[in-house]
Design a protein around this ligand. Structure first.
Ligand SMILES: *Cc1c(COP(=O)(O)O)cnc(C)c1O
Length: 389
């Protein structure tokens, strides 16, 4: 891949996933300034949406928005979720998957993950649907499934349940740009899909996201809500409540530059994972999360390990602290939503899987600025800490 623009920190720290520029971003931004398109619309926004649609394939349309969180919020609106409705949401995720349910005044119901995919358990999902219908007399309005750390969820099983009960799926692919399921890009598999271009994701616009939809009408509807729900009158007429969620033409310029190296980024994340795989091999008590089935292909946004303390003698938290002393950033896995104080009163259908993962896992540096030498250094430090050297 292109020259890596490293940070000039006094002592270089190895971060999880830093942004990395192709060099082309500045041209698109310059052009926006030269043509005075310093607005939340313009040629870069259109170009970025086209580039994303081309990458995703499957005849999808893309609405570029100010964040992945905004895309989740508009996705729920487009699926008809209203105040008081229930939404089934994967518990093992970043809070942004669930928070938009609350923005609408709807109620999240959390579903646990399974061991192999780390994502929503189709079995618990179906149990939850049946039980919610029994308890509330109403069907949940939507399902939010997440491809955590880029690892694709069991989309075929989940879409079958979605069809059986006629409940749409909002596919949170914020971490999974470039991951595939049965040859299809993640983000194109659900009823609607969500992408994120935050600073730490597969590509960045410094902050941004997108909603992936299947028709031009849905895209127009998303853009309508993203631009204050302005009706078609010469004056400003509003019949619904809208939001200010459009991506700026400046940010979209960064996005267009990033699209020129997206495939390099994906290849690099996968390369880093395979290096971890070979170097961590044979260390007792450490398991690297890898593709669990031949029909999926993770982008390996972050390479993650599970630490079996009964074998290593070192807890995941002690390992994190010791690596931190060596200037290596690692992070515990996402704390499940059903264990978050802010969500303590929400119903959950759980069997302890996400909680167990949270209590034993770490994310390792994996981004475009992580070098082969970094990975060797990190694995050697792990070996030293675990007394395997
Ligand atoms: C990053 C992320 C989001 C939110 O994206 P933003 O662009 O940061 O708003 C949503 N879901 C998951 C799983 C994420 O990792």
């Amino acid at each position: 891949m292109g020259e890596i623009i490293t940070t000039d920190l006094p002592e270089r720290r190895i971060f999880l996933c830093l942004a990395h520029m192709s060099g082309k971003e500045a041209e698109y931004i310059d052009n926006a300034f030269k043509t005075n398109w310093v607005t939340p619309l313009g040629p870069n926004v259109d170009g970025f949406e086209n580039d994303l649609a081309l990458f995703l394939g499957n005849n999808k349309k893309v609405a570029a928005l100010s964040s992945g969180t905004a895309a989740l919020h508009l996705g729920l609106l487009l699926l008809g979720v209203k105040a008081g409705d229930e939404v089934l949401c994967q518990s093992f995720t970043f809070c942004a998957s669930a928070n938009p349910v609350l923005y609408i005044g709807a109620n999240p119901v959390f579903i646990d993950s399974e061991d192999d995919s780390w994502n929503m358990s189709p079995i618990l999902l179906e149990q939850a649907i049946q039980n919610r219908i029994e308890v509330t007399g109403r069907k949940p309005k939507a399902i939010i499934v997440v491809h955590l750390y880029g690892m694709p969820a069991k989309m075929q099983e989940i879409m079958e349940i979605s069809e059986k009960y006629d409940i749409p799926v909002l596919e949170d692919a914020a971490e999974a740009l470039g991951s595939t399921y049965a040859g299809c890009e993640c983000g194109t598999l659900g009823t609607l899909g969500v992408l994120s271009f935050n600073g730490n994701k597969m590509i960045t616009t410094s902050g941004g996201g997108a909603l992936v939809v299947s028709t031009d009408e849905l895209k127009q509807k998303a853009l309508f809500y993203a631009t204050q729900a302005r009706e078609n009158y010469p004056y400003y007429q509003h019949e619904e409540i809208g939001y200010n969620y459009r991506l700026s033409n400046i940010s979209a310029g960064i996005g267009r530059g990033q699209m020129t190296i997206l495939n390099d980024h994906i290849a690099h994340h996968r390369h880093i994972h395979s290096l971890y795989q070979s170097l961590l091999h044979g260390i007792g008590g450490i398991t690297l999360k890898s593709n669990y089935d031949s029909i999926i292909n993770s982008n390996y946004w972050l390479s993650c390990i599970l630490i079996d303390e009964s074998i290593t003698g070192v807890s995941y938290e002690n390992l994190r602290l010791k690596l931190d002393e060596k200037n290596i950033e690692t992070r515990p896995l996402w704390k499940p939503m059903h264990l978050q104080p802010v969500y303590k009163n929400c119903p959950d259908y759980t069997d302890g899987t996400a909680e167990r993962l949270f209590n034993s896992g770490l994310c390792l540096p994996s981004g475009p600025c992580v070098t082969d030498n970094d990975v060797e250094f990190i694995v050697n430090q792990i070996k030293q800490i675990l007394n395997c050297l």
